[in-house]
Design a protein around this ligand. Structure first.
Ligand code: COA
Length: 377
């Protein structure tokens, strides 16, 4: 057997799968979905259109987009089983734990059951994308003792989520801002949660299991949990004038600044460009520039001290604050957008599957002599 190279810790630069879904150029700070530049999609597309793109590998015609949008609307309601589970989840679990358990439990009532064929999986993907916002909003309203708001039959995905969360139809510009963030979060090559989903799918386990695993991976603060941590930091800083001291002290304790740095991007994350702009615009529009101003000052100091750029999660925090999304729902919102990418990757994995089963480098002792327990001292 030939000598095998040991990959970098954290599998850095290891290519784990082939995909037609998204591509990044970390040096240039570029991101494409199915070959379309993220800047064009963020400027001109909608979340529903990007959903169609990632699941069909082409842009839809108008009737095709309308049909998908209608299917998403018709699949928004969750089963009475999940509604029955929700009071316990709302009382006992954090939002991401609720989502992990809720999506896992949703498999029990999926009309396609254990059918793992391509058509059934396309339908399961639509249901997962459609129902995730409902679960999150239902959980939030239950834990705050408010009446549950059923999905709106007319509103698009982003606007409907804000509606179910607050009970009021959102302003058009707010819905559009959320829609843009969902586009930016929809997919991102072989990130930890997508890789997790593909590993599970590669065993030919079902889509709900793969997505449950992906949510578990997203939950961690080094991945999706970073937007919530970034928001907590903005709150702790409280005022732009405190940012420099706060960041220097944190770095002095060798702590990480959440929302900065990236495994792949060594320059500006192209998603951060849009989120920074949205944060600034929303601050002005709402007459409260504090969250943007603190963010901009933190960005300046982290750049000066460490040369690190903000990633997608940093300015997402202030944008979601301007949309009145509670801090602990920011990672679930990431999940509701990434549901599109995860389900598309799972379908791609099934379509050309081989079990993902890497090897490890053994670094422990060898040739040990077994001593029976009564003779161990
Ligand atoms: C995303 C992340 C895990 C990628 O990290 P990675 O490729 O594994 O890089 P490493 O953890 O090896 O870090 C490399 C160096 O940069 C530093 N660094 C990276 N991100 C940093 C951050 N956010 N704050 C402070 N220092 C950071 C590390 O301390 C390390 O420095 P050292 O060599 O002096 O110890 C990392 O940048 C991070 O922890 N960021 C904060 C969490 C976050 O925002 N996650 C969301 C990602 S989209």
């Amino acid at each position: 057997m030939g000598v095998k190279a040991v990959p970098q810790k954290g599998l850095e630069e290891v290519i784990a799968a082939s995909t037609r879904l998204s591509d990044v150029d970390g040096k240039q700070g570029r991101l494409w979905y199915v070959g379309y530049d993220i800047h064009d999609l963020a400027a001109d597309s909608t979340f529903e259109e990007v959903t169609y793109l990632l699941h069909n590998l082409r842009l839809p015609t108008e009737p095709e987009l309308d049909e998908l949008a209608e299917r998403l609307v018709s699949e928004r309601e969750v089963s009475p089983f999940l509604e029955g589970l929700m009071p316990t989840l709302a009382e006992q679990t954090s939002p991401m734990s609720m989502l992990r358990t809720g999506i896992s439990a949703a498999s029990a009532y999926d009309p396609d059951g254990w059918d793992n064929g391509p058509e059934a999986n396309e339908r399961k993907a639509v249901r997962l994308i459609a129902k995730t916002p409902t679960l999150i909003a239902m959980y939030h309203r239950m834990r705050t003792g408010e009446v549950i708001v059923p999905p709106h039959p007319k509103l698009p995905h982003a606007a409907n989520f804000l509606y179910m969360l607050s009970g009021e139809e959102p302003e058009q510009l707010d819905a559009a801002a959320l829609d843009t963030t969902l586009i930016l979060y929809a997919d991102h090559t072989m990130n930890a949660s997508t890789f997790t989903a593909r590993v599970i799918a590669s065993t030919l386990s079902d889509m709900f299991s793969a997505i449950t695993g992906a949510i578990a991976a997203l939950k961690g603060p080094l991945h999706g949990g970073a937007n919530e941590e970034a928001m907590k930091m903005l709150e702790e800083v409280g005022d732009p004038a405190n940012a420099e001291r706060y960041i220097k002290e944190k770095l002095g304790r060798r702590e990480r600044i959440m929302g900065f740095g990236h495994r792949v991007y060594k320059t500006e994350d192209p998603r951060a460009t849009h989120l920074r702009r949205l944060s600034q615009e929303m601050g002005k529009r709402k007459g409260d520039t504090r969250w943007f101003d603190i963010s901009a000052e933190i960005e300046r100091v982290v750049g000066q001290e460490k040369g690190l750029h903000p990633n997608v999660d940093f300015f997402a925090a202030s944008v979601y604050r301007y949309l009145n999304i509670p801090t602990d729902l920011m990672t679930p919102v990431f999940a509701l957008a990434r549901m599109v990418g995860w389900t598309a990757h799972v379908r791609e994995q099934y379509a050309d599957n081989r079990l993902i089963r890497p090897e490890s480098e053994y670094v422990g002792p060898r040739d040990q002599v077994y001593v029976p327990i009564d003779r161990r001292g």
